[in-house]
Write a protein that binds this ligand. Structure first.
Ligand code: AMP
Length: 426
């Protein structure tokens, strides 16, 4: 088939009605969880000053260096399509003086994000995330609670075999020393690293730990690990997070190579992965960490905080792969079939009566053949079809057909809504 002239941009896709129930289910599950744990919903603009991300996430990170969609406004401002949700939320927290509210402030979001990545399985240029952020609290119990929230949402979506990978990447006390150790180690083996890693070694050495190249993995497996070089405070914090996770029985593995590649993270970082084969290919379902340094970077304010985000497309794809069914958000139990112009007119009005009583009713006004309309009623799974022909329209009656038994009754048009209401209750 010839491709149409206009298609969605590379790496960006339409969410068609058949996917909508998955999105709705995930939104509902996240929303219920947010409600239970007392998170307020926040919607930040799709565009932010590009500098918010270059400063917040870090100039040398892949997201800012390679993946940000930046546009210049007529006034000369540089705006970026938001590549992630945390920096905008910290911006909003500072801008709206949320520091004066009782702490911590708990916020959640659900929306589209943009990264100019190479399109491949599980990686899009526009993708959807939901996220949870707790600002203004440094206790390790928050780290465990954020992980618990993501884990529980994925479990409620009936995803099995998921596991938390966790690491601590220290803070400004201990990380600089570890970075030096790491750079020295990799420098002495630079010849065995891939080209990207040689660049990372200069720009963002922790990211080398993240490389998936076989030859780099061999070098990385012998590298010094952050966890052995944490300062006392980070060590205690991490120990407590793990103890909390054990207490609430969240399965986790320590992954010393998890660094997550954004400059703002401190202490705990985590990802949640499915242990299935395909997920190993497409990457994590959710990830996040503590970002006590971000407030300082953006506004020289001390805002200890922890959060994470989950990728909706990845969750949907796993749900589909595991054949996890989601119910249609609505079910049509009644269908109106009409024949002739007068019936169409009366039918249009009748629909309104059903709407007032909040009874969903299907129709196919564009079709005139009764056969085609009955086929549609069957397809929708209607229990009753109301047939309004020319004769009935003139007489002020309507036929009610029970789709299972085929039994039909003619009743007064003005009584039909009440009658259907009664029958549906049975
Ligand atoms: P991150 O913001 O990179 O920590 O990503 C959090 C989650 O968002 C990941 O675990 C993925 O599920 C999802 N995600 C990140 N980048 C993409 C992308 N390009 N396409 C689809 N999902 C993504």
């Amino acid at each position: 088939m010839k491709k149409p002239r206009f298609q969605s941009p590379t790496g960006m896709h339409d969410i068609l009605p058949e996917l909508a129930p998955y999105f709705q289910k995930i939104h509902k599950t996240a929303e219920n969880t947010a409600f239970f744990y007392n998170f307020g919903k926040i919607e930040t603009p799709i565009l932010e000053k590009a500098e918010l991300f270059s400063r917040g996430i870090g100039i040398a990170t892949d997201i800012v260096k390679k993946e940000m969609f930046v546009l210049k406004t007529k006034g000369g401002d540089e705006l970026a399509l938001r590549p992630e949700g945390t920096a905008p939320i910290v911006r909003a927290y500072i801008e709206h003086g949320m520091v004066n509210l009782p702490q911590p402030v708990k916020l959640w979001y659900f929306g589209p994000f943009f990264r100019h990545e190479n399109p491949q399985a599980g990686r899009y240029r526009q993708f959807w995330q939901f996220g949870f952020e707790v600002l203004g609290e440094k206790s390790p119990v928050i780290d465990a609670q954020i992980i618990q929230i993501f884990y529980n949402i994925l479990k409620s979506l009936r995803l099995k075999d998921i596991i938390v990978e966790i690491n601590s990447i220290g803070d400004s006390q201990c990380r600089p020393y570890y970075k030096k150790l790491l750079v020295n180690y990799f420098k002495s083996r630079e010849g065995s690293l891939c080209i990207d890693c040689r660049r990372r070694l200069r720009e963002n050495p922790l990211r080398v730990l993240d490389c998936k190249e076989e030859k780099c993995r061999r070098v990385i497996s012998q590298a010094p690990q952050m966890i052995d070089h944490l300062c006392q405070e980070c060590h205690n914090h991490f120990k407590e997070v793990l103890e909390f996770l054990e207490e609430i029985q969240i399965p986790y593995v320590l992954n010393p190579y998890l660094v997550r590649g954004l400059d703002y993270y401190t202490k705990t970082v985590f990802e949640i992965v499915s242990q299935g084969e395909s997920e190993k290919r497409t990457g994590s379902l959710a990830g996040g960490g503590r970002y006590d340094a971000l407030g300082k970077i953006l506004a020289r304010k001390d805002i200890p905080a922890m959060g994470g985000a989950a990728g909706i497309e990845r969750i949907v794809s796993l749900m589909k792969e595991k054949m996890i069914k989601v119910s249609q958000p609505y079910e049509i139990k009644v269908f109106l079939a009409q024949l002739g112009p007068l019936a169409k007119r009366k039918g249009l009005k009748l629909l309104e009566e059903f709407q007032k009583r909040k009874i969903l009713i299907g129709e196919s006004f564009g079709r005139d053949s009764l056969k085609a309309q009955m086929a549609r009623a069957h397809k929708l799974g209607a229990r009753y079809t109301l047939i309004l022909g020319q004769k009935e329209a003139l007489e002020g009656t309507i036929i009610v057909r029970d789709m299972a038994s085929g039994k039909q009754d003619t009743i007064k048009l003005e009584k039909v809504v009440k009658e259907i209401e009664k029958r549906l209750k049975k």
